[in-house]
Design a protein. Structure first.
Lengths: 180, 1002
C-alpha cells in the first residue's frame, strides 16, 4: 500500500488526537516498518489494519467511523496534492463517475504498483448516482468518507446510502442523492 | 531507576522528551528511506534520459538527411526545368552529381536491343560515346538485367564483375536503373575513390533523379523507334516469309489470274518439285496441277477438285486426297479477298497420313469390340438424348428386321416400343442423364410387327466434352427364353390340371367302387342269417373282414380326394357335438363289447358344444379318432373331453381331446402319424390292420375348420389326440333370427273350402298377410258352384265337412273334365296325422296334405311347393358382420361391437382418402419420394382402420421408398395395380357403409 496513505493516516490521527496517540499506536503495534513512513514508499496493508484497529481500541471509536473520517481527510490532501484532477470538475459526480475511467488510470501512471478499488457506475442522473464499490481491501467506509468529502468540496448537499452486496464487504453499492 | 524521585511534572516532561526523540528518530528514518527511494528513482530517470537523448539524436540525423535529400532533389529539379533533350539532361545530371558528391565519375546509359549505350559521361572515366555494354555484363549490365540498384562498397576486396578498368581508382561504385513501366530503359552509374562512400541517402537521391528523368528518357527513345519502323516492317515481312516456308503444311498462293506467286518448302516437298521457285512462280496453277496429277491415286479426281475450286471460288476444307505412295492429304482451298476484291487463292495441303493411321487404329479397335459384341448376338443401338437413332449395328438390324438406313434419325421409342413402356422408358432416360446404366426386359416391335422379348442393357455415352450425348443399348434377344418360360408355365398348368383330373377320377372311382362293395357287405350280412356251416361262417367272416377293410379304404380315399380336389363342401347345420359323440360311443361300445373298454363322454350335454358345422365332417373326425383309439386299446378307458378356448366375431374355438389307455406311440413316431398311409410301423399294420388314412383325414378336416391336431403319448400308457376346431356359433352363439316372407305370384287366386269359422278366419288372416286373393266356400256344394264360376290356381280343402266332405268334392271336381279348374292342385287339411287318412286323400286325387294345426310356415312351404307363392328366407344374426373381403377379424378388435364408431371411421375414410391417394399418385409421377413416403406413412393406418389390410401393407412398403431407392421403379411400375386395388377397396367400403347404415336403423 502506498506510503502516502500511512503518512496521511498518522497526520490524520495527530490532527484529531494529538501525537501522543500516534506515538502510542506505533509503540504498541508490531509494525515491520517500525512506523517510519515516507509518502513515496510502499508498506504492507496489514500495518494499516493494525493501526486502524489500535486507533479504534485506544479512542473507543468505531473503526468504520475512523475510516470514514480518514476518507474526508485524504480527500483534502488529494485536492491540494493533485489539483489537476479537480479543476476541470464541476460537481462531485464529475469526479466520482470518472474514477475508473479517468482518475485511476492517471494514478496508475504515477504509481504503477498502486492497488485501487473499482467503481462501476450503475446509474447516473442529474441528482442521483449509483455505483458499485469493489475491492479486496473492504474499505468502503473510507470510500464513503471520500464521497462525502467530494460533495462537500463542491458545496453539495445530499445523502449517501450504502448497501453491502456480499458477505465480506468487498462489494458495496453507493446510492448518492443530491438535494442541491 | 529514579522513578520515585521524579516529580510528576518532571516525569511528564521526560516522557514528552522520550516521545519527541522517538518522533525525530522516526522522521529521520523516514527521510533516509525516502532518500534511498529517490536515489534509485533518479538513477532510473537518468538512464531513461540517456536513451531518450540517443533516440533524439538519431531522429535529428534522420531529419538532417531528409533535409539534404529534399534539397538535392529540389536542386536537380531546378536544373531540369525546361529541358527536354536527353543528351543535355544526361550531361547536366552527370556533371551536377559529380560536383555535388565529389564523385570520381558518373555515366548515363540508355538500354536498347540487349545493350547499354553510353549517353553521357563525366569524370575520370572520360566520355566514350561508343562504349556499349552487353546486358548482364559488369555492374551496369547486371543492373540493366535485374532492374535493381546495386552498391559495391569496396571494389578492392570484392568485385563480382569482370571490369575493364583494372586500374580503377574507384573503390565504391553505385549503379541505379532508369525504369519506365517496369522495364529498364537506362542506367546511372557513379564511382567514388573512398571505400564505403555510398550510403542509403545517395541511393535514394539518385533513384529519385532516375525516376524524374525516366519519362524524358522514354520519349526521346520512342522517337528513335519511329525512325526504325520502316525497317521493322521489312523485317516482319521477312519473318512472315520464313514462317510460311517453315510451315508443316504445304502452301500455294496464286493471284487472281491463276498465276502462282508463292509456294513453300513443304508444298515443294509434298509434290516433289525439284525445279527452282523462279521457274514455278508465274506459272499457271492449272498447268502445274497437270504436272503433278500422276502422284495421285485418282489423277482425274485431283484435277476435278482443282477445277471445281477455281471455278466456284468457295471455301473447301479437309478434302481428302490419296496419293500413289499411300500419303493422305487434307486439302484446303481458300479464296483471298482484300477489301472485298478478289486477289487470289490459297491452297493448303496437310499430310495427315499418320493421324489417319491412328484414327483407323482406334476405329479398328472399336470395331473389334463391337464385333465381339455382335458375334455374341447382341444388338447394339446408339440413340441421342431425343431417342433419335444414331447408329444401328448389324445384329440389331437382324434382330429387328430393319436396315440401318431405315432407322437412322428415327425415334427409337416410336419405332420399337409399345405405348405402355413409355413411362418406364422415361425413367430409364432419367437414369441415363444421371450417368447410370440399367438392365431391363421389354418387348420390342420388329419390322414385321412381331413382338420379341429383349433384355436391354442401357448405358450413357459421352461426347468429347464429357457431356452425356445419348444412350448405347445392348439388346439381347430373350424371346426364346421367355417363350420357354411361358411354355413351362403352360405345361405346369397342364400338369396341375391333369392332377386335378386324376383326383376327380379317383373320387369318382371310389364312389363307383363303393356301391358294389356296399352290395357285397349287405349280402354278406344277409348270408349270416342263412344258418351257414362253420366252414361257411369262417369264409363269411373273411369276406366280411376284407370287404370292411376295402370299404374303409375306399371311403378314406374318397374323403381325401374330395378334400384335396376342393369338392368337399362343408355344409352348416346346428349340431351338438356332445350328442354326436354320444351316438358314436354307442356304436363303438357295441362293436367292442368283447373288449373291456369303458367309453366316457365328458362333453356335458348342454348348449356349450352347440355350433354350426357340417355334421358329416364332425362325425367323421370323432369316428376316426374313436376307431383309432379303440383299435389300439385292449382294455381301460377311452375318454372324450373338450372345452372352449376362445372366441371371436361369432366363431368359437373348441379344443377336444380323445384319450385312450392303449399301446401308445414312441416319441420319434409321433410327428408322422397324421401323414397319409402312415402307420406307426409295418408290424402295427399287420397286427391292427386299418388303412392308414384315418388320422390323415382327421388332420385335413380339422384344418378345414381352422384347427390343428397333435398327439401326446407314452408307450404302453396311452395316447391323447388333441385338436381344435373353430366353429361358427358355439357357446356364445347369438340366437339366429330367421325372417321369412312370401310373395304371392300375381296370377289367379285360391279357393278355401272350410266349414269351421275359426279356421276360416285363421287361414284368411295368413293369406291376406301374404296378399293372396282367395274365396271361401263353407262346404263342398258351395265349393263346386264357385269352381264352376271362377278360375282358381289352388284349393285348400278341409276333409271333414258336413254334407259333402273333402274326398267327395275332390272326386267330383277331378271328374268335371270340362272345368278349367279340373286339374288344379288340391291341398288336404286334415286333423290327424294318420297315414291312412293322408293316403286316402291322395287316392281321392288331392296333391298334398297339411296336418292341423299347421303353422304359417307349413302353409307357406306347401303353397310354395305349388308355386303359388315365392318363399324368401333371410337369416340374420343380431351382430353386424363385416364383409369377408375386409380383414374382419382385426375390425372386430378395433371396434368391438361399436358399429357407430366403425361407421364414423368408414365415413371419414371415404371422405378423405381420395385426396391423399391423388397426392401420392402425383408424387410418384413426379418422383418426389420424400412426399410419397410421408403420405404413405400418413394413410397407412387409415387403410388398416377400415380393414383394407393389404393396402395398408403396401403403404408400409411405399414408406420405405424414401430410403430404399431400389423399390422405386417397382412402385412406379406396379402403381396401376395398386390403384385398381384401391378403387376396389373403396367400393367395398362404400358398400359396407350402406350395410352399417341399414343395420343401425334397426
Amino acid at each position: 500500500m502506498k506510503g502516502i496513505v500511512f503518512t496521511e493516516y498518522l497526520d490524520f490521527v495527530e490532527d484529531n488526537f494529538g501525537y501522543d496517540l500516534v506515538d502510542r499506536l506505533i509503540t504498541s503495534c508490531d509494525l515491520p516498518s517500525g512506523g517510519s513512513y515516507t509518502s513515496i514508499g510502499s508498506y504492507e496493508f496489514s500495518e494499516l489494519v493494525q493501526l486502524l484497529t489500535k486507533t479504534s481500541e485506544l479512542t473507543g471509536k468505531d473503526s468504520d467511523y475512523i475510516l470514514q473520517k480518514f476518507g474526508w481527510h485524504l480527500f483534502g490532501v488529494f485536492t491540494k496534492a493533485y489539483p489537476q484532477f479537480f479543476t476541470a470538475a464541476k460537481s462531485s459526480f464529475d469526479i466520482l463517475s470518472t474514477l475508473d475511467d479517468k482518475i485511476h488510470p492517471e494514478v496508475l501512471k504515477l504509481y504503477p504498483d498502486a492497488e485501487l478499488p473499482r467503481f462501476e457506475i450503475e446509474k447516473m442522473e442529474e441528482n442521483v448516482l449509483v455505483m458499485i464499490y469493489r475491492s479486496s481491501r473492504k474499505m468502503s467506509d473510507f470510500a464513503e468518507g471520500l464521497i462525502e468529502a467530494s460533495m462537500s468540496h463542491f458545496n453539495e448537499k445530499g445523502t449517501v446510502r450504502t448497501k453491502q452486496l456480499d458477505q465480506n464487504g468487498e462489494v458495496v453499492r453507493f446510492t448518492i442523492n443530491k438535494t442541491s | 531507576m529514579e522513578k520515585s524521585s521524579d516529580s510528576p511534572s518532571i516525569k511528564l516532561l521526560k516522557d514528552k522528551i522520550n516521545q519527541l526523540e522517538r518522533r525525530i528518530e522516526r522522521e529521520r528514518k523516514a527521510r533516509k528511506n525516502a532518500e534511498k527511494i529517490l536515489e534509485s528513482k533518479s538513477l532510473q530517470l537518468y538512464s531513461s534520459n540517456q536513451t531518450l537523448e540517443l533516440v533524439n539524436k538519431q531522429l535529428e540525423n534522420q531529419l538532417e538527411r531528409n533535409k539534404q535529400f529534399i534539397q538535392a532533389i529540389n536542386d536537380f529539379s531546378g536544373y531540369l526545368v525546361g529541358k527536354s533533350n536527353l543528351q543535355e539532361i544526361a550531361s547536366i545530371i552527370t556533371e551536377k552529381l559529380i560536383s555535388k558528391y565529389d564523385l570520381e565519375d558518373c555515366t548515363i546509359y540508355k538500354v536498347a536491343d540487349g545493350y547499354c549505350y553510353q549517353i553521357s559521361a563525366f569524370g575520370s572515366k572520360g566520355n566514350d560515346l561508343n562504349e556499349k555494354i552487353k546486358v548482364g555484363d559488369g555492374i551496369v549490365g547486371n543492373v540493366a538485367k535485374t532492374g535493381l540498384a546495386e552498391i559495391l562498397s569496396d571494389t578492392s576486396t570484392y568485385n563480382p564483375y569482370i571490369t575493364k578498368h583494372r586500374d580503377d581508382i574507384r573503390l565504391s561504385e553505385l549503379a541505379v536503373p532508369i525504369k519506365f513501366e517496369e522495364s529498364v530503359i537506362g542506367i546511372i552509374e557513379t564511382g567514388h575513390s573512398q571505400r564505403d562512400f555510398f550510403n542509403r541517402n545517395h541511393l535514394k537521391t539518385i533513384t529519385t533523379i532516375s525516376s524524374l528523368i525516366s519519362v524524358i528518357f522514354k520519349n526521346s527513345l520512342t522517337e528513335q523507334i519511329n525512325l526504325n519502323l520502316e525497317s521493322r516492317i521489312e523485317k516482319r515481312t521477312e519473318i512472315t516469309n520464313s514462317l510460311i516456308h517453315n510451315l508443316h503444311s504445304g502452301l500455294l498462293l496464286n493471284d487472281e489470274y491463276g498465276k502462282i506467286v508463292l509456294i513453300n518448302d513443304a508444298f515443294r516437298k509434298t509434290f516433289k518439285f525439284n525445279i527452282p521457285n523462279s521457274e514455278i512462280f508465274g506459272k499457271d496453277q492449272r498447268e502445274s496441277a497437270n504436272l503433278v496429277k500422276h502422284l495421285f491415286k485418282n489423277p482425274q479426281g485431283f484435277i476435278d477438285i482443282v477445277d471445281h475450286c477455281r471455278k466456284h471460288n468457295e471455301n473447301v476444307s479437309k478434302y481428302e486426297l490419296e496419293m500413289v505412295d499411300g500419303t493422305i492429304l487434307d486439302c484446303d482451298f481458300i479464296p483471298i479477298y482484300s477489301k472485298d476484291e478478289f486477289v487470289g487463292q490459297m491452297w493448303q495441303v496437310t499430310d495427315v497420313t499418320s493421324s489417319r493411321a491412328y484414327q483407323k487404329k482406334v476405329q479398328a479397335s472399336e470395331e473389334k469390340y463391337r464385333g465381339i459384341i455382335e458375334n455374341m448376338e447382341l444388338g447394339l443401338l446408339e440413340v441421342d438424348l431425343e431417342h433419335r437413332i444414331l447408329k444401328a449395328y448389324e445384329w440389331f438390324c437382324r434382330m429387328t428386321g430393319y436396315d440401318e438406313k431405315e432407322l437412322i434419325g428415327k425415334d427409337a421409342r416410336k419405332v420399337f416400343f409399345l405405348d405402355k413402356y413409355m413411362k418406364f422408358m422415361d425413367q430409364q432416360d432419367a437414369l441415363r442423364l444421371k450417368g447410370e446404366q440399367s438392365i431391363y426386359e421389354v418387348q420390342m416391335r420388329k419390322k414385321n410387327g412381331e413382338l420379341i422379348w429383349v433384355l436391354i442393357s442401357g448405358a450413357p455415352f459421352y461426347d468429347q466434352n464429357g457431356k452425356i450425348a445419348g444412350t448405347i443399348g445392348i439388346h439381347y434377344n430373350i424371346d426364346s427364353r421367355k417363350k420357354l418360360e411361358e411354355d413351362l408355365k403352360l405345361s405346369k398348368l397342364q400338369t396341375e390340371r391333369a392332377r386335378e383330373a386324376e383326383k376327380q377320377f379317383l373320387a369318382n372311382m371310389s364312389h363307383e367302387i363303393r356301391n358294389p362293395l356296399n352290395a357285397i357287405i349287405g349280402i354278406t350280412n344277409l348270408l349270416y342269417d342263412t344258418k351257414p356251416t362253420n366252414e361257411q361262417l369262417n369264409h363269411l367272416n373273411k369276406i366280411k373282414y376284407s370287404s370292411d377293410i376295402l370299404l374303409g379304404l375306399i371311403s378314406g380315399v374318397l374323403d381325401i380326394s374330395k378334400i384335396e380336389s376342393g369338392t368337399l363342401e362343408l355344409t352348416e347345420k346346428e349340431i351338438n357335438i356332445s350328442e354326436v359323440v354320444n351316438g358314436l360311443i354307442q356304436i363303438a361300445g357295441f362293436n367292442t363289447r368283447d373288449k373291456n373298454i369303458k367309453y366316457e363322454n365328458k362333453l356335458i350335454s348342454s348348449d356349450e358344444f352347440k355350433a354350426m358345422a357340417d355334421p358329416t365332417a364332425i362325425n367323421q373326425i370323432f369316428l376316426n379318432l374313436l376307431n383309432n383309439a379303440t383299435k389300439f386299446t385292449e382294455e381301460g378307458a377311452i375318454t372324450i373331453d373338450g372345452k372352449v378356448i376362445g372366441s371371436s366375431r361369432g366363431y368359437t374355438n373348441f379344443e377336444f381331446r380323445v384319450s385312450d389307455t392303449g399301446i401308445g406311440i414312441a416319441p420319434e413316431k409321433l410327428d408322422s402319424i397324421f401323414d397319409i398311409f402312415q402307420q406307426v410301423d409295418n408290424e402295427t399294420k399287420l397286427k391292427y390292420g386299418g388303412t392308414g388314412l384315418g388320422l390323415n383325414i382327421v388332420k385335413r378336416l380339422v384344418s378345414m375348420y381352422g384347427g390343428e391336431v397333435r398327439a401326446e403319448s407314452k408307450v404302453n400308457e396311452g395316447t391323447t389326440i388333441i385338436f381344435n376346431l373353430k366353429l361358427k356359433g358355439g357357446a356364445r352363439l347369438k340366437p339366429i333370427e330367421k325372417s321369412v316372407h312370401y310373395e304371392f305370384k300375381e296370377t289367379g287366386s285360391i279357393l278355401v273350402v272350410e266349414d269351421n269359422e275359426i279356421n276360416q278366419y285363421y287361414l284368411s288372416g295368413i293369406l291376406n298377410k301374404w296378399n293372396i286373393r282367395h274365396d271361401i266356400a263353407n262346404n263342398g256344394f258351395e265349393a263346386l258352384t264357385m269352381l264352376e264360376k271362377n278360375k282358381y290356381n289352388l284349393i285348400l280343402m278341409d276333409i271333414r265337412m258336413p254334407g259333402m266332405d273333402g274326398y267327395e268334392t275332390t272326386l267330383r271336381l277331378r271328374s268335371m273334365i270340362q272345368n278349367p279348374n279340373c286339374a288344379i292342385p288340391i291341398i288336404a287339411l286334415t286333423a290327424s296325422a294318420l297315414i291312412d287318412e293322408r293316403e286316402k286323400a291322395m287316392q281321392a286325387g288331392m296333391n298334398y296334405h297339411l296336418t292341423k294345426p299347421y303353422t304359417e310356415d307349413d302353409l307357406g312351404d306347401a303353397l310354395s311347393k305349388f308355386r303359388i307363392i315365392k318363399k324368401i328366407e333371410s337369416v340374420e344374426t343380431n351382430d353386424f358382420q363385416f364383409s369377408p373381403e375386409l380383414d374382419f377379424g382385426n375390425l372386430g378388435n378395433y371396434y368391438q361391437d361399436n358399429i357407430e364408431r366403425a361407421y364414423k371411421m368408414f365415413q371419414v375414410f371415404n371422405r378423405v382418402i381420395d385426396e391423399d391417394f391423388q397426392k401420392i399418385k402425383k408424387s410418384i409421377q413426379e418422383e418426389n419420394w420424400d412426399e410419397v413416403s410421408s403420405i404413405a406413412h400418413k394413410i397407412k393406418p387409415n387403410f388398416a382402420m377400415v380393414g383394407l389390410f393389404d393396402l395398408s401393407k403396401m403403404m408400409e412398403y411405399y414408406e420405405k421408398s424414401k430410403i430404399n431407392i431400389e423399390i422405386r421403379s417397382e412402385i412406379t411400375l406396379n402403381f396401376p395395380k395398386l390403384e385398381s386395388d384401391f378403387n376396389a377397396g373403396k367400393l367395398i367400403i362404400q358398400r359396407e357403409l350402406t350395410k352399417m347404415d341399414k343395420f343401425m336403423e334397426k
